[in-house]
Design a protein around this ligand. Sequence first.
Ligand SMILES: Nc1ncnc2c1ncn2[C@@H]1O[C@H](COP(=O)(O)OP(=O)(O)OP(=O)(O)O)[C@@H](O)[C@H]1O
Ligand SMILES: Nc1ccn([C@@H]2O[C@H](COP(=O)(O)O)[C@@H](O)[C@H]2O)c(=O)n1
Length: 203
Amino acid sequence: MIVTIDGVAASGKSSVSSGVAQALGVPYVSSGLLYRAVTLLGLTAGADLADASALLPLLPGVRLEPLASGNRVWNADHDLTADLHSTRVDGGVSTVAALPEIREWVDAQLRALPDPLVAEGRDMGTNVFPHAPHKFYLTASPRVRAERRAKERPEDIPAIEAALTERDRLDTTQSAPAPDARVIDTGPLTLQGVIDTILADLR
Ligand SMILES: Nc1ncnc2c1ncn2[C@@H]1O[C@H](COP(=O)(O)OP(=O)(O)OP(=O)(O)O)[C@@H](O)[C@H]1O
Ligand SMILES: Nc1ccn([C@@H]2O[C@H](COP(=O)(O)O)[C@@H](O)[C@H]2O)c(=O)n1
Protein backbone atom coordinates (compact mmCIF):
# COMPACT_ATOMS: atom_id res chain seq x y z
CA MET A 1 0.00 0.00 0.00
CA ILE A 2 1.27 3.47 -0.87
CA VAL A 3 0.07 6.62 0.93
CA THR A 4 0.96 9.93 -0.75
CA ILE A 5 1.25 13.17 1.23
CA ASP A 6 1.86 16.20 -0.96
CA GLY A 7 1.62 19.89 -0.14
CA VAL A 8 3.09 23.36 -0.27
CA ALA A 9 6.50 24.24 1.21
CA ALA A 10 6.80 23.79 4.97
CA SER A 11 3.20 22.60 5.31
CA GLY A 12 4.35 19.74 7.53
CA LYS A 13 4.78 17.03 4.90
CA SER A 14 7.88 15.35 6.32
CA SER A 15 6.85 15.59 10.00
CA VAL A 16 3.35 14.29 9.24
CA SER A 17 4.65 11.55 6.92
CA SER A 18 7.11 10.39 9.54
CA GLY A 19 4.33 10.21 12.16
CA VAL A 20 1.94 8.37 9.84
CA ALA A 21 4.67 5.98 8.69
CA GLN A 22 5.71 5.17 12.26
CA ALA A 23 2.09 4.50 13.23
CA LEU A 24 1.69 2.19 10.24
CA GLY A 25 5.09 0.55 10.77
CA VAL A 26 6.29 1.35 7.24
CA PRO A 27 9.07 3.60 5.86
CA TYR A 28 8.41 7.05 4.47
CA VAL A 29 10.25 8.74 1.65
CA SER A 30 10.87 12.47 1.27
CA SER A 31 11.19 13.20 -2.46
CA GLY A 32 12.23 16.80 -1.74
CA LEU A 33 15.42 15.52 -0.13
CA LEU A 34 16.52 14.08 -3.48
CA TYR A 35 15.95 17.42 -5.23
CA ARG A 36 17.81 19.07 -2.37
CA ALA A 37 20.72 16.62 -2.70
CA VAL A 38 21.06 17.35 -6.44
CA THR A 39 21.05 21.07 -5.61
CA LEU A 40 23.69 20.74 -2.89
CA LEU A 41 25.97 18.69 -5.12
CA GLY A 42 25.47 21.20 -7.95
CA LEU A 43 26.29 24.16 -5.71
CA THR A 44 29.34 22.40 -4.27
CA ALA A 45 30.62 21.61 -7.77
CA GLY A 46 29.96 25.17 -8.98
CA ALA A 47 27.62 23.79 -11.65
CA ASP A 48 24.90 25.74 -13.45
CA LEU A 49 21.74 24.67 -11.61
CA ALA A 50 19.68 25.19 -14.76
CA ASP A 51 21.82 22.76 -16.80
CA ALA A 52 20.81 19.11 -16.37
CA SER A 53 23.84 17.89 -18.32
CA ALA A 54 26.10 19.47 -15.67
CA LEU A 55 24.13 17.91 -12.79
CA LEU A 56 23.43 14.35 -13.94
CA PRO A 57 27.12 13.25 -13.81
CA LEU A 58 27.14 14.20 -10.11
CA LEU A 59 24.39 11.72 -9.19
CA PRO A 60 25.55 8.08 -9.59
CA GLY A 61 26.58 7.83 -5.91
CA VAL A 62 23.39 9.38 -4.50
CA ARG A 63 21.17 7.08 -2.46
CA LEU A 64 18.12 7.75 -0.30
CA GLU A 65 17.74 5.75 2.91
CA PRO A 66 14.00 5.80 3.69
CA LEU A 67 13.63 5.25 7.45
CA ALA A 68 10.31 5.84 9.27
CA SER A 69 12.07 8.01 11.85
CA GLY A 70 13.73 10.30 9.27
CA ASN A 71 15.25 9.94 5.81
CA ARG A 72 18.97 10.15 5.10
CA VAL A 73 20.61 10.92 1.77
CA TRP A 74 24.06 9.59 0.98
CA ASN A 75 26.57 10.40 -1.73
CA ALA A 76 28.70 7.23 -1.71
CA ASP A 77 29.73 7.05 2.00
CA HIS A 78 29.15 10.77 2.71
CA ASP A 79 25.94 11.61 4.60
CA LEU A 80 24.50 14.78 3.00
CA THR A 81 21.39 14.98 5.19
CA ALA A 82 22.45 17.71 7.63
CA ASP A 83 23.27 20.13 4.80
CA LEU A 84 20.07 19.75 2.80
CA HIS A 85 17.88 22.31 4.60
CA SER A 86 20.04 25.42 4.29
CA THR A 87 18.71 28.73 2.96
CA ARG A 88 21.19 28.36 0.07
CA VAL A 89 19.73 25.02 -0.99
CA ASP A 90 16.18 26.39 -0.54
CA GLY A 91 17.11 29.21 -2.92
CA GLY A 92 18.31 26.92 -5.75
CA VAL A 93 16.17 23.81 -5.44
CA SER A 94 13.19 24.99 -7.50
CA THR A 95 15.51 25.70 -10.46
CA VAL A 96 16.82 22.14 -10.28
CA ALA A 97 13.33 20.68 -9.80
CA ALA A 98 12.14 22.36 -13.01
CA LEU A 99 14.51 20.23 -15.11
CA PRO A 100 12.68 17.26 -16.75
CA GLU A 101 15.85 15.10 -16.74
CA ILE A 102 16.27 15.58 -12.98
CA ARG A 103 12.59 14.89 -12.35
CA GLU A 104 12.95 11.62 -14.31
CA TRP A 105 15.97 10.65 -12.21
CA VAL A 106 14.13 11.38 -8.93
CA ASP A 107 10.99 9.54 -10.08
CA ALA A 108 13.06 6.46 -10.99
CA GLN A 109 14.66 6.40 -7.51
CA LEU A 110 11.23 6.56 -5.88
CA ARG A 111 9.53 3.97 -8.06
CA ALA A 112 12.36 1.51 -7.35
CA LEU A 113 11.49 1.51 -3.63
CA PRO A 114 9.53 -1.46 -2.26
CA ASP A 115 5.86 -1.10 -1.31
CA PRO A 116 4.47 -0.37 1.33
CA LEU A 117 5.55 3.20 2.01
CA VAL A 118 4.42 6.75 2.68
CA ALA A 119 5.71 9.11 -0.04
CA GLU A 120 5.77 12.89 0.43
CA GLY A 121 6.51 15.77 -1.90
CA ARG A 122 4.66 17.75 -4.55
CA ASP A 123 3.69 15.27 -7.26
CA MET A 124 3.56 11.93 -5.44
CA GLY A 125 -0.21 11.59 -5.92
CA THR A 126 -0.41 13.14 -9.38
CA ASN A 127 2.66 11.82 -11.17
CA VAL A 128 4.90 9.36 -9.32
CA PHE A 129 2.25 7.14 -7.68
CA PRO A 130 -1.01 8.08 -9.45
CA HIS A 131 -2.57 4.71 -8.54
CA ALA A 132 -1.93 5.09 -4.79
CA PRO A 133 -5.17 4.30 -2.94
CA HIS A 134 -4.71 6.99 -0.25
CA LYS A 135 -3.73 10.58 -1.13
CA PHE A 136 -3.48 13.72 1.00
CA TYR A 137 -2.49 17.31 0.27
CA LEU A 138 -1.41 19.63 3.11
CA THR A 139 -1.87 23.39 3.11
CA ALA A 140 -1.51 26.26 5.61
CA SER A 141 -1.23 30.01 5.15
CA PRO A 142 2.26 31.38 4.36
CA ARG A 143 2.30 33.21 7.71
CA VAL A 144 1.50 30.08 9.74
CA ARG A 145 4.15 28.09 7.86
CA ALA A 146 6.73 30.86 8.34
CA GLU A 147 5.98 31.04 12.07
CA ARG A 148 6.54 27.30 12.39
CA ARG A 149 9.74 27.37 10.34
CA ALA A 150 11.09 30.35 12.31
CA LYS A 151 11.47 28.00 15.27
CA GLU A 152 14.12 26.07 13.30
CA ARG A 153 15.85 28.85 11.30
CA PRO A 154 17.74 32.04 12.24
CA GLU A 155 15.87 34.26 9.71
CA ASP A 156 12.92 36.40 10.81
CA ILE A 157 9.30 35.50 10.00
CA PRO A 158 8.75 38.00 7.12
CA ALA A 159 11.94 36.83 5.36
CA ILE A 160 10.95 33.18 5.74
CA GLU A 161 7.40 33.93 4.55
CA ALA A 162 8.72 35.72 1.45
CA ALA A 163 11.04 32.81 0.60
CA LEU A 164 8.27 30.23 1.10
CA THR A 165 5.85 32.20 -1.06
CA GLU A 166 8.45 32.48 -3.81
CA ARG A 167 9.23 28.74 -3.63
CA ASP A 168 5.48 27.96 -3.87
CA ARG A 169 5.30 30.17 -6.97
CA LEU A 170 8.28 28.47 -8.63
CA ASP A 171 6.88 25.02 -7.76
CA THR A 172 3.34 25.70 -9.06
CA THR A 173 3.71 23.44 -12.11
CA GLN A 174 4.31 20.25 -10.14
CA SER A 175 2.45 21.15 -6.94
CA ALA A 176 -1.28 20.62 -7.20
CA PRO A 177 -3.54 18.23 -5.31
CA ALA A 178 -4.49 15.06 -7.15
CA PRO A 179 -8.21 15.07 -7.98
CA ASP A 180 -8.67 12.16 -5.56
CA ALA A 181 -6.57 13.68 -2.73
CA ARG A 182 -8.04 14.83 0.56
CA VAL A 183 -6.91 18.42 1.16
CA ILE A 184 -6.14 19.22 4.81
CA ASP A 185 -5.66 22.77 6.08
CA THR A 186 -3.11 22.16 8.85
CA GLY A 187 -3.35 25.77 10.12
CA PRO A 188 -5.79 25.08 12.96
CA LEU A 189 -4.36 21.63 13.77
CA THR A 190 -1.44 20.43 15.86
CA LEU A 191 1.10 18.15 14.24
CA GLN A 192 -0.43 15.17 16.06
CA GLY A 193 -3.88 16.39 15.01
CA VAL A 194 -2.88 16.18 11.33
CA ILE A 195 -1.37 12.71 11.82
CA ASP A 196 -4.52 11.50 13.60
CA THR A 197 -6.76 12.94 10.86
CA ILE A 198 -4.86 10.95 8.24
CA LEU A 199 -4.76 7.76 10.31
CA ALA A 200 -8.53 8.01 10.95
CA ASP A 201 -9.08 8.38 7.21
CA LEU A 202 -6.88 5.35 6.47
CA ARG A 203 -8.84 3.23 8.94
N1 LIG B 1 0.23 21.02 12.33
C1 LIG B 1 1.37 21.53 12.80
N2 LIG B 1 1.35 22.28 13.89
C2 LIG B 1 2.47 22.84 14.35
N3 LIG B 1 3.70 22.70 13.79
C3 LIG B 1 3.77 21.95 12.71
C4 LIG B 1 2.63 21.32 12.15
N4 LIG B 1 3.02 20.65 11.05
C5 LIG B 1 4.36 20.86 10.93
N5 LIG B 1 4.80 21.61 11.94
C6 LIG B 1 6.18 22.10 12.10
O1 LIG B 1 6.41 22.92 10.96
C7 LIG B 1 7.77 22.80 10.55
C8 LIG B 1 7.81 22.41 9.08
O2 LIG B 1 7.37 21.08 8.97
P1 LIG B 1 8.04 20.07 7.94
O3 LIG B 1 9.51 20.27 7.87
O4 LIG B 1 7.53 18.72 8.27
O5 LIG B 1 7.38 20.60 6.59
P2 LIG B 1 7.67 20.18 5.09
O6 LIG B 1 6.40 20.41 4.35
O7 LIG B 1 8.25 18.81 5.02
O8 LIG B 1 8.78 21.27 4.72
P3 LIG B 1 9.64 21.45 3.36
O9 LIG B 1 8.63 21.63 2.26
O10 LIG B 1 10.46 22.68 3.55
O11 LIG B 1 10.47 20.20 3.22
C9 LIG B 1 8.41 21.78 11.50
O12 LIG B 1 9.03 22.51 12.54
C10 LIG B 1 7.22 21.01 12.06
O13 LIG B 1 7.47 20.49 13.34
N1 LIG C 1 7.91 15.84 -5.42
C1 LIG C 1 8.66 16.94 -5.32
C2 LIG C 1 9.33 17.26 -4.15
C3 LIG C 1 10.09 18.38 -4.11
N2 LIG C 1 10.21 19.16 -5.19
C4 LIG C 1 11.13 20.29 -5.22
O1 LIG C 1 12.07 20.19 -4.15
C5 LIG C 1 11.99 21.33 -3.31
C6 LIG C 1 12.25 20.94 -1.90
O2 LIG C 1 11.19 20.10 -1.45
P1 LIG C 1 10.72 20.09 0.08
O3 LIG C 1 9.59 19.12 0.10
O4 LIG C 1 11.88 19.67 0.88
O5 LIG C 1 10.27 21.46 0.40
C7 LIG C 1 10.62 21.94 -3.59
O6 LIG C 1 10.60 23.35 -3.33
C8 LIG C 1 10.44 21.64 -5.07
O7 LIG C 1 11.14 22.57 -5.86
C9 LIG C 1 9.52 18.85 -6.33
O8 LIG C 1 9.59 19.59 -7.34
N3 LIG C 1 8.76 17.74 -6.38
